[in-house]
Write a protein that binds this ligand. Sequence first.
Ligand SMILES: *Cc1c(COP(=O)(O)O)cnc(C)c1O
Length: 219
Amino acid sequence: MTLQARLAEVLQTIDKVAAKSGRRQGDVQLVAVSKTFDAEQIRPALEAGQRVFGENRVQESQAKWPELKAAYDGVELHLIGPLQSNKAEDAVALFDVIETVDREKIARALAKEIARQERKPRLYVQVNTGLEPQKAGIAPDDTVAFVNFCRDELSLDIEGLMCIPPADENPGPHFALLSKLAKQAGLEKLSMGMSSDYETAIEFGATSVRVGSAIFGHR
Ligand SMILES: *Cc1c(COP(=O)(O)O)cnc(C)c1O
């Protein structure tokens, strides 16, 4: 199967599950995760009309996306991997959405760069729903207070929440938890679901799904 065929299939599945879950057409956005694939491997997705992409490393993205952004109108690039504060400047300059705000230090570094560069990437707070020690993200119990801190103390516009459930667990309860926390924090956007579980995520209210290998193949 070609990349274009896989992309079409994922988009169709998103529409089908969204409709079945009582969501409106266009309610669920596809973030095509292109990490580890080079510009030439990404181009067919752009040619097919896909414009929203996810990357997990700032440096890797700097090597391939400025060229692609210049060649295709309307690209929206999401940072979905952990961000170090010394990379905040580069991240604010390149990304349109940063999904991995997960601690005070990063929030402060982003606030400073947003003011300095007069660029305003949309922001998500990453939640470590499984409390996994090796995984980034704010603890569920601290999420509402952290969102309020970002809004009230730093004037950051937090748009939604993002999570990556533990690989070996049923993801449903994690998606449900993220949805509950978003409601408590007054947020409407939920970034959740990957190749293996995006259908479940849509059923639990995902507004965007981050799908890589189902489109680009194995990494
Ligand atoms: C790699 C990655 C994805 C995509 O994973 P696939 O299983 O390839 O769909 C989604 N979200 C994050 C945070 C990732 O790092």
